[in-house]
Design a protein around this ligand. Structure first.
Ligand code: PEP
Length: 250
């Protein structure tokens, strides 16, 4: 059985006071036993206060990035050990903003994924095509390339640590969402690729989240699709009422 997951990516939003306000709202809105595993990913500075505030709730705290090395002279970077020491053992890797603005390549992401797995961390691995790729009918190939570069050399045993997040770049923060049919078509393609490159069991058991302008008004329809196992939510995750409405959309 695949896990349904809704993860909120708070990106570079909210200082400490605003984070605490949002956490208070979240705890008020949260149902005791949500239909999905719920995760939130605050900025590095807000990880520990978030972890503390969510103790006793089922919400998992994730980081938005991580360095691939154990430690050393990497000014401004954060390691797996550091994350784990503040209660964080899930990390988002490969977000399109990191690929686009911080030049994160498939090769680098493959190293980061391996470091996370060596540290027994879970990875939400993001990938997805740009509008030009879709217009030129390259989206299926592009997604295959990103998965191949980042993940397909992992042994089967590592896949229990992997959550996939298909995020078409043209739908992120744009208000434009892939239709439920477009999401299903790509998720099915991804599952077929998993079957071919990793194995049947991994294909059946890996959660594939959709990300790109998910909101309460469209979550139900998207999550109802057979191969969509939840969502990675940006903008709407900054509002507790909207985020919990999305969590409750299964
Ligand atoms: C994201 O950044 O991962 C994302 C899906 O953002 P939004 O929901 O705002 O499109």
């Amino acid at each position: 059985m695949r896990e349904n997951i809704v993860a909120g990516n708070w990106k570079m939003n909210n200082d400490l006071a605003e984070t605490q306000e949002l956490l208070g709202q979240l705890k008020l809105q949260m149902v005791k036993e949500p239909e999905a595993t719920v995760m939130v990913a605050p900025s590095f500075t807000n990880l520990y206060p978030t972890f503390q505030a969510l103790k006793g709730t089922p919400v998992i705290v994730a980081a938005q990035n991580m360095h691939e090395s154990k430690n050393g002279a990497y000014t401004g970077e954060v390691s797996a050990d550091m994350l784990k020491s503040v209660g964080v053992s899930t990390v988002i890797l490969g977000h399109s903003e990191r690929r686009a603005y911080f030049n994160e390549t498939g090769e680098l992401l493959s190293k980061k994924v391996k470091t996370a797995i060596e540290n027994d961390m879970k990875v939400i691995f993001c990938f997805g095509e740009e509008l030009e790729d879709r217009k030129n009918d390259r989206h299926f190939d592009l997604v295959e390339k990103q998965l191949k570069e980042g993940l397909f050399d992992l042994p089967q045993s590592s896949w229990k640590n992997i959550i996939l997040a298909y995020e078409p770049v043209w739908a992120i923060g744009t208000g434009e969402t892939a239709s439920p049919e477009q999401a299903q078509e790509m998720h099915k393609h991804i599952r077929t690729l998993l079957h071919k490159n990793v194995g049947k069991e991994v294909a059946e058991n890996t959660s594939i989240l959709y990300g790109g302008s998910v909101k309460p008004a469209n979550a139900k329809e998207i999550f109802a699709k057979e191969d969509v196992d939840g969502g990675l939510i940006g903008g709407a995750s900054l509002n507790a009422v909207d985020f919990i409405a999305i969590v409750n959309s299964f």
